[in-house]
Design a binder for this molecule. Structure first.
Ligand code: AMP
Length: 390
């Protein structure tokens, strides 16, 4: 695909002027929605992706087709853009250093390095004063037995890298589960976590600018199905003090990372009201998609604003919202009902193949503030599509 028109000076001052080119590493739906937000602000996006027809490439001005490790392609990509950000985090350390030597990278590579590795992430969180489930790095079956003795069962064994949507993890209920789980996940580096008997899972999305200004969206409640986010309820129906604490945790993390961009923190809310951080993602997050429809400035706009050096508007919302993911062939099959149902706000990502477990799109429904339907109204709230998915 061709380069976007217009000159691309080696270094542009921040804030980036209109028509500047934002490079995004990764071609998925997060890149697509970021690129749409960037376009509204008068920026062009250039995507580094493996697939020409990827969701982000479809709506962007330029594309470099490559994997994320080829130095020549990374150099060509950097030459085509004014600033670099990510929707895909698993770029190698060498690749990150190469990019950072050529153009401003936001968030900075050290942030990605921490979020790429569950052990580095937990170490960082604990050092920043953020509580997590008890954990131990595991590099042998003996170490797993020792960790299980210290942490107790049940517990969850996870690969430290490249896990997403519940992949690369095993629930350990009894001693007998240890050896098979280790055999299934080793030789990858592993971490054992205590199982959290949570009341619910919540997340908070915070944006931080280069000047240190921050804006945090109201925390939301997340429900998963088969390890994949199914439903997000905005705001989370938790005590005000819990919501404030979740935002404070997100801001503490963003500050400690010296983040420039958007960051999501996933938290377990324990039955006693204690919050434990599960993981962080230094990018827009699936649990923040509702902000496109319920907020004057979405998580994607805040991310682009931070990356471009524009001022951050407040992360306020004008409505309550329910967001449901459309996952795999079953999710896509609901599309005709989604677009035919008044009040449902449809989003489709342009993926050609609806493989099982693949996020194809999402649907949002808004409610006047303070009127989010209760536990039993949520599926009905999404209309026919909601009940089919429920
Ligand atoms: P993760 O890939 O770490 O986000 O885990 C995916 C999902 O598995 C989470 O959203 C939780 O529902 C569940 N899970 C992960 N870790 C734990 C844990 N330590 N205790 C209880 N549930 C967990």
């Amino acid at each position: 695909m061709s380069q976007p028109g217009g000159a691309s000076p080696a270094r542009l001052p921040f804030p980036l002027p209109p028509n500047a080119i934002i490079g995004l590493v990764g071609g998925g739906q997060l890149g697509r929605m970021s690129a749409l937000a960037a376009a509204r602000l008068g920026y062009r996006c250039h995507i580094l992706t493996r697939e020409a027809d990827s969701p982000a490439a479809q709506v962007s001005a330029g594309v470099t087709l490559s994997d994320y490790a080829d130095p020549a392609s990374l150099r060509a990509f950097a030459a085509a853009v004014d600033v670099i950000s990510f929707e895909f985090e698993n770029v190698s350390a060498e690749g990150l250093d190469l990019l950072a030597g050529l153009k401003p990278v936001r968030p900075s590579p050290h942030v990605l390095r921490i979020s790429q590795d569950r052990v580095a992430e937990k170490r960082f969180l604990n050092a920043a004063g953020v509580a997590t489930a008890p954990w131990a790095a595991v590099d042998s079956l003996d170490a797993l037995h020792e960790a299980a003795r210290q942490i107790g069962l049940p517990a969850v064994l996870k690969t430290t890298r490249y896990g997403y949507d519940g992949k690369g993890q095993a629930r350990l209920r009894t001693e007998a589960d240890l050896a098979p789980a280790f055999a299934a996940l080793a030789p990858k580096p592993l971490v054992l976590e205590g199982f959290v008997d949570f009341a619910c899972e919540i997340s908070a999305v915070v944006a931080r600018g280069a000047d240190g200004a921050m804006a945090c969206f109201d925390p939301v409640e997340n429900r998963h199905r088969d390890g994949i986010l199914d439903l997000t309820l905005a705001p989370a129906r938790v005590a005000e003090a819990t919501a404030a604490e979740a935002c404070a945790i997100a801001m503490r993390i963003a500050q400690a990372l010296d983040l420039v961009g958007v960051l999501a923190v996933e938290l377990f809310l324990g039955r006693t009201g204690k919050l434990l951080a599960n993981e962080i993602a230094p990018r827009p997050h699936n649990s923040g998609h509702w902000t496109i429809d319920a907020c004057p400035a979405s998580q994607f706009e805040l991310h682009i604003r931070a990356v471009a050096g524009l001022p951050l508007p407040p992360a306020v919302r004008h409505a309550d919202a329910v967001m449901r993911n459309l996952v795999g062939p079953e999710g896509l099959a609901l599309w005709p009902a989604v677009v035919a149902t008044p009040g449902l706000i449809p989003h489709l990502y342009g993926k050609a193949q609806a493989r099982p477990g693949r996020k194809m799109g999402h649907v949002t429904r808004l409610f006047p503030k303070g009127s989010l339907p209760g536990e039993f109204g949520i599926v009905a709230a999404l209309g026919p599509a909601g009940s089919d998915l429920g």
